[in-house]
Write a protein that binds this ligand. Structure first.
Ligand code: HEC
Ligand code: HEC
Length: 269
């Protein structure tokens, strides 16, 4: 008896509650489907420029070859932290000329700036830690030097001496071959020449910079290292290890989301 009264009352609130749940589902589905701009619940505010870049990144099909956080294509490197790793001059050159399978995109300066802003915004959200490129785990750039010898014949004594100083000196304690050290952020030395002049490079070697200590090399050795870095940068595209598609080691197993900094941690969910 009392039951039927309760039931009527329950039915009274059940239907609106059900309607709210259904409405929430559709709102959520619509948000996921649209997937634009800052994600709901995330405090990552992208600038309008970066948002343009995100749209371009999709429209130009970058994702078919590049992953962000390990999701996307595998023909090119993961771009989660590309803004930290790739000097802007190298980025501009890549977009303009392409590299290997990467086509040349003749985008105008504003489109290029937008994509760069987007990559910077993605970089600020955390760190993707891709596995080191296979095959170059020995002394710094030793494998590249070997590839260079095979491909280009004898090298100048200056370059060989510089390579030996870099490969056998302390540099390999912090720098890695064709990659940025994930913990120290020591830059990829094969790209140093794309954004620093010979003079600026010499300054870094002699005086150090940030976490980089003064190299302690004398004038002659410094010149040899500079000759090697020149050679390395001029031939980078031929010398860098080709990333083979190995579906046994698909990146998403290897990628971890760790905060890039305390502030970045707040932008993560
Ligand atoms: C057909 C595949 C393909 C497409 C499409 C493509 N790329 Fe690439 N990209 C590559 C490959 C392969 C490399 C590695 C080139 C090398 O280092 O020699 C690369 C390298 C890069 C790098 C340097 C990354 C690093 O760590 O050195 C950036 C940045 C980049 N691409 C951005 C883009 C952007 C932005 C787009 C879209 C406008 C795009 N790519 C489209 C294949 C592609
Ligand atoms: C203790 C770790 C450490 C050692 C050892 C070290 N470096 Fe560095 N190096 C760094 C870090 C970290 C940076 C980035 C500094 C910054 O962010 O300002 C750097 C930056 C550089 C740069 C500037 C690169 C750029 O793209 O801006 C060059 C060139 C360089 N190092 C060369 C060398 C050479 C050559 C050696 C060996 C003689 C060496 N480093 C040894 C940590 C190190």
């Amino acid at each position: 008896m009392g039951n039927s009264g309760d039931e009527a009352m329950e039915m009274g609130w059940r239907w609106p509650a059900f309607a709210v749940v259904v409405a929430c589902f559709f709102v959520q589905a619509a948000l996921v489907w649209r997937d634009v701009g800052p994600h709901p619940g995330s405090s990552l505010a992208m600038s309008p420029l970066a948002r343009d870049g995100q749209a371009l990144f999709r429209r130009q099909g970058c994702k078919s070859c590049h992953a962000l956080y390990g999701m996307g294509g595998f023909l090119g490197p993961d771009l989660t932290n590309a803004a930290r790793r790739v000097p802007p001059a190298r980025f501009a050159q890549l977009l303009h000329d392409g590299a290997g399978p990467m086509p040349a995109y003749r985008l105008d300066a504003s489109a290029q700036a937008a994509i760069w802003a987007y990559l910077q915004a993605v970089d600020a959200t955390g760190q993707g830690t891709p596995p080191a490129p296979a095959g170059d785990d020995g002394p710094l750039f030793a494998a590249a030097l070997q590839r260079g010898r095979t491909a280009a014949g004898p090298l100048s004594a200056e370059v060989v001496a510089g390579a030996r100083l870099v490969g056998e000196g302390s540099c390999g304690g912090c720098h890695r071959s064709f990659a940025v050290d994930p913990s120290l952020r020591a830059p990829d030395l094969s790209l140093a020449r794309t954004h620093l002049s010979t003079d600026e490079l010499r300054q870094v070697l002699v005086h150090g910079r940030g976490l980089m200590p003064p190299s302690g090399l004398d004038g002659r050795q410094t010149a040899q290292v500079l000759a090697f870095l020149d050679w390395l940068s001029a031939h980078r595209d031929a010398l860098a290890p080709r990333r083979a598609l190995d579906f046994g080691t698909l990146p998403w197993f290897a990628y971890g989301l760790v905060p890039a900094s305390d502030t970045a941690a707040e932008t993560k969910r």
